[in-house]
Design a protein around this ligand. Structure first.
Ligand code: NAD
Length: 285
């Protein structure tokens, strides 16, 4: 079994982004900018935003966080997004999810200018991904594809089972795999007999949020396992959705949690923001 080391690859990619930022600054005086909208006091969301801000600082981006109280109105957030859409210092806009229950998430995601949609959640970019056109692709599944490419793992013609069907993880993961000529199955909470599906898979991509969902008897020998889940175990440690110890004895490749897909997500946010900055610089030239 070989580990798919997302931490190592993300560090390499960060270095590339840092160099590209310097080149962009020299060429046109532009500094890529990321704006994050954070609503409420959820500690996990605050921790993720903090990690993203630190990553922006490391590579030389301009970054700003719009920290808003839990009880803020829909209109006030919409006003901020409209302002960010028109701010030339901002190339990428990220709305940290989840949002409080009284906020219409879909409406906010649709308000972000598609050319600043570095999370790839706007229906415009979702449509481009589904049709195989260039656009902004959600960071987590994009990071998974980069990680596979780094280890020369080709998905073409492989039986890929995606467990979890959210708009953020499972659905875009399935689209990317399909675009890369894999045979794709998507399983979710209502899938009958999950084991039947995973046992037939050459590759399993699981992003659900259930500790030890994928057990050793659900995986065929030599399968590739990508664990996207992030859960807090009773002992306080971060773990994924896969029973790592038992499954790693059976599979050919596996992502650790932490140190697998998580760091790749942040690296792809940087890459998407840089891409937006380059496109916006071209547009303004
Ligand atoms: P979500 O709650 O929006 O979606 C969960 C999906 O899992 C749903 O499609 C649901 O049908 C499915 N599901 C739930 N229980 C299941 C079960 N027992 N069997 C099969 N399917 C089941 O969650 P999400 O936002 O997609 O996040 C999923 C996981 O991925 C979470 O652990 C989250 O923390 C993690 N995540 C990790 C990263 C990263 O960078 N590694 C990024 C985003 C999300």
């Amino acid at each position: 079994m070989q580990l798919l080391d997302g931490k190592k690859l993300s560090q390499k990619l960060e270095l590339q982004v840092t160099n590209d930022v310097k080149t962009l600054k020299d060429k046109c005086g532009c500094t890529p900018g990321l704006a994050v909208v954070l609503v409420g006091q959820d500690p996990a969301s605050a921790a993720y935003v903090n990690m993203k801000k630190k990553a922006c600082d490391r590579v030389g981006f301009y970054s700003i966080t719009h920290d808003m109280p839990e009880n803020i109105s829909q209109e006030a957030i919409e006003k901020t997004i409209k302002m960010l859409n028109n701010d030339t210092n901002v190339d990428g806009i990220l709305i940290q999810l989840p949002l409080p229950a009284h906020i219409d998430e879909t409406k906010l995601l649709e308000l972000v200018a598609p050319e600043k949609d570095v999370d790839g959640f706007h229906p415009f970019n979702v449509g481009r991904l589904t049709t195989g056109l260039d656009g902004f692709v959600p960071c987590t599944p994009l990071g998974v594809m980069k990680l596979l490419a780094e280890y020369d793992i080709d998905v073409k013609g492989k039986n890929c089972v995606v467990v979890g069907a959210s708009n953020i993880v499972g659905k875009p993961m399935a689209s990317l795999l399909l675009n890369a000529d894999a045979t794709v199955e998507i399983c979710h909470i209502f899938t009958d007999d999950l084991k039947k599906h995973t046992l037939a898979a050459d590759m399993i991509f699981v992003g659900v949020g259930v500790i030890n969902l994928i057990k050793e008897d659900m995986v065929k020998d030599g399968a590739v396992i990508v664990d996207i889940g992030i859960n807090r175990a009773d002992n306080g440690k971060l773990v994924g959705d896969v029973d790592f110890k038992a499954v790693s004895e059976k599979c050919s490749y596996i992502t650790p949690v932490p140190g697998g897909v998580g760091p790749m997500t942040i690296a792809m946010l940087l890459a998407n923001t840089l891409k937006a900055a380059k496109l916006n610089a071209q547009e303004r030239a």
